[in-house]
Design a protein around this ligand. Structure first.
Ligand code: IMP
Ligand code: MG
Length: 184
């Protein structure tokens, strides 16, 4: 049985715009870490799976820093009350991050609950620094504040897919960001 309604995908952000923006973000990230006091001996870039896989791949190949790449998988459990949503770790980091510079890479920040809780978890491990780079931000949906140092694009409250992001596990392979339009 397939519960997904039929839909079309309209292009919201074309591939060329994503590439240009990722290049600019990488330039800003390079200069931020190069200017840090005592330099940056190692930057652990943490991708939140699965939505960030394409973004992190494009981002890290433009970083001119001593980078280690690691991944985390988290899932949110809705309890009916959105504000009490809990995030559970399904796959934790392999890297030790105590005393290390850490950059979390996320696909979309929507209500902010996922990232806020991931930041709390990672902060308990005492990284030297902890920053966030998210590709897409839906400011109108925010329920909890998350300090995001780098954001790719602010987008309206639309359901988006592509460039790693799925709708019911489909469309992650699209090279652009599209918005889902239900057709019936
Ligand atoms: P938050 O906890 O509400 O900020 O949820 C963020 C997560 O919800 C993202 O990492 C995505 O996995 C998912 N999400 C939010 N908006 C969309 C969307 O438009 N398309 C696909 N997934 C989304
Ligand atoms: Mg996600």
């Amino acid at each position: 049985m397939n519960d997904t309604p039929s839909y079309d995908i309209d292009i919201l952000i074309p591939e060329s715009e994503i590439t240009a923006r990722v290049t600019t973000l990488a330039r800003e990230i390079n200069s931020h870490y190069k200017q840090m006091e005592n330099g940056c001996p190692k930057l652990v870039v943490v991708g939140l799976l699965r939505g960030s896989f394409m973004f992190i791949a494009d981002l890290v190949r433009r970083l001119d820093l001593p980078v280690e790449v690691d991944f985390m998988t988290v899932s949110s459990y809705g309890t009916g009350m959105i504000s009490s949503r809990e995030v559970r770790i399904r796959k934790d980091l392999d890297a030790e991050i105590g005393g290390i510079d850490v950059l979390v890479v996320e696909d979309i920040v929507d209500t902010g609950h996922t990232l806020a809780q991931v930041m709390n978890i990672l902060n308990t491990r005492n990284p030297r620094s902890l920053e966030v780079c998210c590709l897409l931000n839906k400011p109108s949906r925010r329920e909890v504040e998350v300090p995001m140092r780098w954001t790719g694009f602010d987008i309206p409250d639309e359901f988006v897919v592509g460039y790693g992001i799925d709708y019911a596990e489909n469309n992650r392979n699209l090279p652009h960001i599209g918005k889902v339009r239900l057709t019936d």
